[in-house]
Design a protein around this ligand. Structure first.
Ligand SMILES: NC(=O)C1=CN([C@@H]2O[C@H](COP(=O)(O)OP(=O)(O)OC[C@H]3O[C@@H](n4cnc5c(N)ncnc54)[C@H](OP(=O)(O)O)[C@@H]3O)[C@@H](O)[C@H]2O)[C@@H](O)CC1
Ligand SMILES: [K+]
Length: 515
């Protein structure tokens, strides 16, 4: 399981650890890990050109210390200071001692020019000696440095503008540097987080640094696992700095081994009823395909049998003859261990109401979310799993879709609390929250190829089948999302696919998890 902790929790753990360690030791651990990652990215450190983007906090300090380590190994390191008078003093001194060069970012936002701070710094002649802001006056020489050009031509750009202290997007003076990093021919390594993303929520307001690699310290931060920020982070390397963290994280992401433990595997004595029967109440005369796709997911989700109820029985049987089809309502369809209701349901509120009245786990998706009576959901005793996408979540919350997309973590928690249900918020990073609070599950297997019509219907069938097989709502949702995402990747393999291809790839994804 990969986990992420909130910024407050990280800061508390940092404080406790710092109290027990010599001053600066923690930052040295971080910088050592960062420098090692940078060296791996560079391949050959000696003779490489490294540019550090240095903000006013400890994030910039990490970059400076790591830059000093690289300079000692023969890299030509230039630090670009965004706030020269508030730069991490000891880090700056270390860089200078190692022969690093220091320039200041242009004052006029967007002009991309910098006054040369310490022209002699490369040869180690700096006289600033760790005095913050000394570079503007020390070194002499003056002249202009094309900072954006430096960034663009670097072999490696280290983004130490801002880390967990960041809020409200990048400041204007940092925007041209982030943009130059985007144009750089070299790799971009972000320190702790890509600057400009919200560490706690994954929101990105305006410009943020796009990294190839993010080196994060102690634990993942929520922003590294949730879109849109996740996309800016590139691949993520975690450096252990010895933080002691509480048992319950804010976010957790299942990995193959976790999913393998949770997948239902039939025993010798299992018959179809013991494996669970999932009921699918979906589709309409107008949308028979939704029923077929939900059944296609359910058949591959581990339940022993799939019962279909609704007006699309002929279409379902034609495609999947193993389905138990009934045209009577859910109440009279026979026993099931879990229901899926809603995909392609049109306006059939009566069926949704009937399913919600059943005392077994229920998954509500698509039209079912619009038709479900909120009070009927809240008063259920058996588990309920709601599976909206951002637009449906926005309608349930009465807010704009954009608000949900920008603040996915808050939205999924709010919905779970309001409905007293488990909520799976679909999207490029799917989130699953329980009504009782606790860690939110985040799915990392998704792919943008899954943004295709009917893909959600397949997921609802798959997760419903897992519910029927006995998984809790949180496990059914998160394992379903994981396998579905993996199936999407395997099916797509870099090319567009239809939802039925995703369903057909579920067995391969399942085998891949268990291998
Ligand atoms: N926690 C740990 O265990 C460890 C933490 N470590 C490191 O410390 C980092 C946290 O350092 P931190 O607390 O100094 O904050 P940090 O992220 O550098 O930013 C604060 C400064 O940025 C500024 N600023 C704010 N928003 C901005 C924006 N949008 N755009 C631009 N600037 C913005 C803000 O300026 P001000 O508001 O004062 O003007 C403030 O001065 C952490 O991420 C990790 O790298 C490791 O060394 C060791 C272990
Ligand atoms: K950063």
């Amino acid at each position: 399981m990969r986990s992420a902790y909130s910024v407050d929790t990280v800061r508390n753990a940092e404080r406790e650890l710092m109290a027990r360690l010599p001053e600066g030791a923690l930052m040295q651990r971080a910088a050592a890990g960062l420098a090692a990652a940078c060296a791996d990215v560079l391949g050959r450190v000696y003779g490489s050109r490294v540019v550090l983007l240095v903000g006013s906090g400890d994030n910039g300090g990490d970059a400076l210390y790591a830059g000093a380590r690289l300079a000692r190994r023969g890299a030509g390191v230039t630090a670009v200071l965004l706030a020269p008078e508030r730069t991490h003093a000891a880090g700056l001194a270390a860089l200078r001692r190692a022969g690093g060069r220091v320039v200041r970012a242009g004052r006029g936002a967007g002009d991309g020019r910098a006054a040369a701070g310490d022209q002699g710094g490369v040869a180690g002649r700096a006289s600033g000696g760790g005095r913050p802001g000394g570079e503007g006056r020390a070194g002499g020489g003056g002249g202009d440095v094309d900072v954006e050009g430096l960034v663009e031509r670097a072999d490696l750009v280290v983004d130490g503008i801002v880390g967990i202290g960041g809020k409200d997007g990048l400041r204007p003076e940092a925007v041209p540097l982030a943009a130059a990093a985007g144009r750089s021919r070299g790799a971009v390594v972000a320190v702790d987080l890509p600057s400009g993303v919200d560490p706690g929520t994954g929101e990105v307001r305006g410009v943020a640094v796009r990294a190839d690699l993010t080196v994060t310290f102690g634990t993942h931060k929520p922003g590294l696992l949730i879109d849109p920020a996740r996309e800016y982070a590139g691949s993520v390397r975690l450096v252990d700095i010895g933080l002691e963290l509480p048992a319950e994280p804010e976010l957790e992401a299942l990995q193959h081994a976790d999913v393998a433990r949770l997948l239902p595997v039939p025993r010798a004595e299992s018959d179809k009823y013991r494996r669970g029967v999932v009921g699918i109440a979906a589709g309409s005369a107008r949308y028979p395909g939704a029923a077929v796709l939900a059944v296609s997911g359910a058949l591959r989700g581990g339940a022993g049998a799939v019962r279909y109820v609704g007006p699309a029985g002929d279409a379902v049987i034609a495609r999947f003859p193993e389905t138990l089809v009934s045209d009577r309502g859910p109440k009279h369809a026979g026993r099931v261990q879990a229901w899926v209701v809603g995909p392609g349901a049109g306006d059939d509120a009566a069926t949704v109401g009937e399913v919600l009245a059943a005392d077994v786990p229920v998954l509500v998706d698509a039209d079912g979310l619009r038709l479900a009576d909120a009070e009927a959901v809240r008063s259920r005793r058996a588990p309920t799993l709601l599976t909206p996408h951002a637009g449906e979540a926005a309608a349930l919350l009465g807010v704009e879709r954009r608000e949900v997309e920008e603040g996915r973590l808050a939205a999924v928690r709010e919905l779970a609390a309001r409905y007293g249900a488990t909520v799976l918020l679909k999207g490029s990073t799917t989130l699953v929250a329980d009504s009782g609070g606790g860690a939110v599950r985040v799915n990392a297997t998704g792919t943008s190829w899954l943004a295709t019509a009917g893909s959600g219907d397949v997921l609802s069938g798959l997760a419903g089948s897992l519910l029927a097989a006995g998984l809790s709502a949180v496990d059914a949702g998160s394992v379903g999302a994981y396998v579905h995402g993996l199936a999407g990747r395997l099916a797509a393999d870099g090319a567009p696919v239809g939802a039925h291809d995703v369903a057909a790839a579920i067995p391969e994804a399942w085998r891949n998890v268990l291998a």
